[in-house]
Ligand binder design. Structure first.
Ligand SMILES: *[C@@H]1O[C@H](CO)[C@@H](O)[C@H](O)[C@H]1NC(C)=O
Ligand SMILES: *[C@@H]1O[C@H](CO)[C@@H](O)[C@H](O)[C@H]1NC(C)=O
Ligand SMILES: *[C@@H]1O[C@H](CO)[C@@H](O)[C@H](O)[C@H]1NC(C)=O
Length: 358
């Protein structure tokens, strides 16, 4: 009986081969010696898989892991976590080995960014703590030495001075040194600020509201290779897009986030997809990046559904491998999702004669 069904299945495949063959290979290959096997995955299936070996030992996560940053040039992953009497910053390799921890000058980390060029490596942290080091953005070298403090430590933004932050949520630093800051995470300020590498304000959008270029909890920011700045405007349940040179408003995506606003935005290394996290829905959306000159509507290519209450807060993508690192405040861990290599449709034309089928 089993054999019968194997034969039936075999015949089914055989017919499918014939159909695909005539569609895709007929013009090139003579029947009946060659057949085409079309392997195609539906896009919602497995574009990424969880790397269960990252990190090698998860017991280093001892607090609420709020954010993660990748320095793909040096193969390093920085995790910042909150909690009492614990190291606030953990450094791993992209392979999952723990390297070191820092335990000073970070109060309550919210966002983190690793800027890395062949000349300089730096790590930036937005700190929303109310203590001595709070309400600031701090720049460290790769060993954790504090090199720069932006903002007024311990003092919340008044709404008047753009560099007096309230709850600075996240930042993005370009290779040129230009800095994009979203301030913030539900505080008095609802701002997007661009600074030059010597901390001059280049442009700023600074109002609470629902109209174009106004924000409600601007939570994450990233820049694409076409000179556009993408902001997760979480409270307004949309993503807003700006010209990075002029600050001009280019458009907004409202249509994908009716259930919950986006909490994190990062592009894949090829620039084709924008990865968006939704905190309470515990999922990641892979959306199609629009061509230059059109923002249009958002379109979801694929969804990565995480377990209930994992709560992906912020994420980062390795520019080298395309791996997504997700800071999960609910699960109190960072997880790594790696691209499944051959997810695109591909044809394999096989010589049935050669494998002894014919
Ligand atoms: C980190 O610093 C805190 C406060 O100074 C201290 O209580 C704690 O023991 C330190 N933890 C580690 C792992 O060094
Ligand atoms: C921003 O505006 C919304 C309504 O549009 C209001 O509920 C919220 O309190 C405002 N936030 C601040 C910080 O002013
Ligand atoms: C997520 O849920 C919590 C608790 O219900 C709520 O306070 C918070 O505002 C929600 N966050 C978002 C982004 O919707």
């Amino acid at each position: 009986m089993t054999r019968f069904w194997v034969c039936v299945a075999g015949a089914g495949f055989f017919l499918a081969f014939l159909v695909f063959h005539s569609r895709f290979c007929a013009s090139r290959l003579p029947l009946p010696l060659h057949f085409a096997l079309k392997i195609s995955w539906r896009p919602e299936e497995a574009l990424y898989r969880l790397d269960v070996d990252w990190p090698k030992y998860s017991e280093y996560f001892t607090g609420a892991t709020f954010c993660v940053a990748v320095d793909s040039l040096n193969g390093l992953v920085y995790v910042a976590q909150r909690g009492d009497n614990i190291p606030k910053v953990l450094v791993f390799t992209e392979d999952g080995y723990f390297l070191r921890a820092w335990n000073y000058t970070v109060d309550t980390p919210h966002g983190i960014f690793a800027a890395s060029t062949p000349h300089e490596q730096s790590v930036w942290i937005t700190d929303v703590g109310s203590g001595l080091y709070g309400h600031t953005i701090k720049k460290y070298n790769s060993f954790g030495d504090l090199v720069q403090v932006l903002g007024t430590p311990g003092k919340k933004g008044t709404g008047l001075n753009p560099l007096q932050f309230d709850n600075p949520a996240e930042l993005y630093v370009e290779d040129t040194g230009d800095i994009y800051i979203v301030d913030g995470d539900g505080g008095l300020n609802n701002r997007l600020i661009k600074l030059s590498q010597d901390f001059m304000i280049l442009w700023l959008h600074g109002e609470n509201g629902t109209g174009p270029a106004k924000f409600s909890v601007p939570h994450s920011v990233t820049v694409d290779s076409d000179g556009r700045v993408w902001v997760a405007d979480r409270g307004n349940k949309r993503i807003q897009v700006f010209d990075k040179d002029t600050g001009e408003w280019l458009g907004a995506w409202n249509n994908c986030f009716s259930e919950e606003g986006p909490s994190a935005v990062r592009f894949t290394p090829d620039g084709k997809h924008l990865i968006v996290a939704q905190l309470n829905l515990s999922r990641l959306l892979l959306t199609a990046a629009p061509p230059v000159g059109s923002i249009g509507d958002c379109s979801v290519i694929s969804t990565i559904q995480l377990a209930d209450q994992v709560s992906p807060h912020l994420l980062d993508v390795s520019g080298k491998t395309g791996a997504i690192y997700v800071a999960e405040i609910g699960a109190k861990q960072v997880q790594k999702y790696v691209p499944v290599k051959s997810y695109s449709s591909s044809f394999v034309c096989i010589h049935l004669e050669e494998i002894g089928f014919w």
